[in-house]
Ligand binder design. Structure first.
Ligand code: NAP
Length: 248
């Protein structure tokens, strides 16, 4: 039987690569997006072209009702969820002295509360205590959680530190319910996320200087780790964080 994977924020970047690889691995894939409808449809089209199964679903993961509707659509159109990848996230930079109720809440809504809302729905479906058949949850954190970032990145780093703690505590809460919980900590990865700061070219130049491997990573390289963590090959990997960061 084909397994079902939901990837949040799968229209672009790392999420899109996870969705594409999952389609190739034989998962039925739910490609969630916020604004990039065309890009999400392109990901679905590519999965179909390779003989896979996928649907695109618009939902704002910061909105609890949207999240409930998202999971209901997955139930109705693909079947019982096996894997949730909490990938959607944003990067906005501002100095601590410029923090206000809006900008800091926006970061925590997008990168932390959204993960709570999605995980809640996943646990309700996967938990063997609730009649589910177990599953796997993968959380996308960042090396920013343990290294910090450039000035302006305090809020981003703090949201990812919260995801590190969430990952560990959740693994203890649901490990006995058939749900494996793990995280991936990417380093500098070439995606449009860096348009929020100096752009991809500038990030790649920085990567050449500060990454031991001397280059930025690709979204595909992060996706490979996610597919492995989701697979039965990682059946005893739980509460772990895999760094995909070129040695940083
Ligand atoms: P990206 O290219 O900017 O893509 C972000 C994705 O998240 C898009 O598909 C976007 O959807 C979606 N998204 C954002 N807010 C959303 C919301 N409220 N609801 C639903 N979807 C939403 O980012 P990326 O670089 O692939 O990053 C993916 C994850 O990896 C993030 O959690 C990020 O923090 C983490 N990460 C990235 C790097 C890096 O260097 N790139 C490093 C460490 C960690 P739309 O396109 O529809 O707006």
């Amino acid at each position: 039987m084909k397994k079902v994977m939901l990837v949040t924020g799968a229209s672009r970047g790392i999420g899109a690569q996870i969705a594409l690889l999952a389609g190739r691995e034989g998962y039925k894939v739910a490609v969630n997006y916020l604004n990039s409808e065309e890009a999400a449809r392109e990901v679905v089209k590519q999965i179909h072209a390779e003989g896979g199964e996928a649907i695109a679903i618009q939902a704002d993961t910061t909105n609890p009702q949207d999240v409930r509707d998202l999971f209901q659509k997955v139930d109705d159109q693909l079947g019982t969820l096996d894997v949730l990848v909490n990938n959607a996230g944003i990067l906005k930079t501002f100095l601590v002295e410029d923090i206000n109720a809006h900008n800091v809440a926006e970061m925590f809504n997008a990168n932390v509360l959204s993960v709570f809302y999605c995980t809640r729905e996943a646990v309700l479906r996967m938990s063997t205590d609730k009649g589910g058949r177990g599953g796997s949850i993968i959380n996308m954190t960042s090396v920013a959680a343990r290294l910090g970032t450039m000035p302006g990145g305090v809020a981003y780093a703090a949201t990812k530190g919260a995801i590190d703690a969430f990952n560990l505590a959740l693994s203890k809460e649901v490990g006995g319910q058939g749900i494996r919980v793990n995280a991936i900590r990417p380093g500098l990865i070439s995606t449009e996320m860096h348009n929020a700061t100096g752009g991809i070219a500038e990030m790649q130049e920085r990567a050449r200087a500060i990454v031991p491997m001397g280059r930025a990573g690709t979204a595909r390289e992060v996706a490979e780790a996610a597919i492995w963590l989701a697979s039965d090959s990682a059946s005893y990997v739980h509460g772990s964080v895999i760094d995909v960061a070129g040695g940083r």
